[in-house]
Design a protein around this ligand. Sequence first.
Ligand code: PMP
Length: 456
Amino acid sequence: MAPAIITQVAPPSNTEDIKIRVKSGYASTTEALEASKARYAARHPTSLKLHEEAVKSLPGGNTRSLLHNAPFPIFMSKGEGYRVSDEDGHTYTDFVGELTAGLYGHSQSLIQQALIDSITKTGLNLGATTKLESQHAALLCSRFHLDHIRFTNSGTEANLHAIQGARRFTGKRKIVVFTGGYHGAVFMFGDEPAENVVDKEDWIIAKYNDLEDTRAKIEGSSDVAAVLVEGMQGSGPCIEATHAFLHQVQESAKKVGALFILDEVMTSRLSPGGLQDLEDLKPDITSLGKYLGGGITFGAFGGREDVMAVYDPRDGKALAHSGTFNNNTLGMVAGYTGLSQVYTPDVIKEFNAKGDQFRERLQGLSKGTKMTVTGRGSMIGVHFVKDGKKEIRSIGERLDDTELKDLFWLDMMESGFWVTKRGIIALILGTPDDALNSFVECVEEFLTRYERLVKL
Ligand code: PMP
């Protein structure tokens, strides 16, 4: 398909002009959005050129669905600390935080040094077992109460192998998951599994945060190998589970002999022992990923010794678990350095407390508007919903105003904040208070500027 034709308009001379123009008011969100898109196109001519090159070799110029944005994506050229800069010369406070994987930012000095040392002294991928992997494994096991752990290349793979391990361990087949769950590229669930989900017939989908449905779905089948759940749905964005719901999952799984797999790929950053500590949970398997590789490709799953033993190759009948880069030297060293020297328990608590305060300030601004702010600690979800509901417990309850959401995304970008279109903010360690304060001010200005469109 041909690239979209972009209407170029003259770039605004300065932000003051934008405010004056927008203040005059738009009759509808559609009109405001069109104007915002036109300014976006005008501000990013180099990105447009690069996009036109990219579509020649990548379908739609894209290799990671989430990053596709109409009319074309912004191309980033550089990241430093908590900031990123685009090819068109704009610099942003990075609130994308690589969807939680970028917790350490773009240039954490200890991680940089560890990587350089590793490249120059250890060498890349040795095609062999190294002490680096057992060192990182031991630290992860102690932090997240795991007996044993195995590494993968991504969170998707971590869940894939956790599921296959559960099937081998229980001799059962079905996996209970939840509406709105995201457990990786081929594990995405609405009311039905997404089109690209593997093993289509093997999923049972229960309603997130619905205790009765959860009990009925888990206990209603004799063939459930595992229940796979997030303690907060990251792609929700940031829809929190209730304590009662998570304990219902744990209890029902135990009752029918199914394994309880807690997907902590995102949420492990919320406390020194992950969300499971905050909610007093004892999963049989925990899947991990993202920042725990220190910014390098990473995934892991671990848990009970008897369960993980299905992967013990000393047993001639072990389940195979391969992956060229499972123990790659860079991921092992960066992950270990970050967790042992940077993201220490005190830092974790302080960082997440700061996230809580930030979210509460934003939620405070949302009164009487369609905006609502969800999340926990350093993970925040900004929503625009038609009914302005302030507490969202499942994607089914989320009545998106997609145009407003897009307008917010574009407006924040124009104000110098790199946020995901879907509204998740994953804070980067070391983001200064000034940047957080300035975001709060920009959100307040947005709500005032578009008062007629956002008010309930
Ligand atoms: N589980 C959850 C909860 C996630 O958020 C993600 C990624 N966003 C994954 C699994 C998959 O991780 P990866 O992208 O590393 O495959």
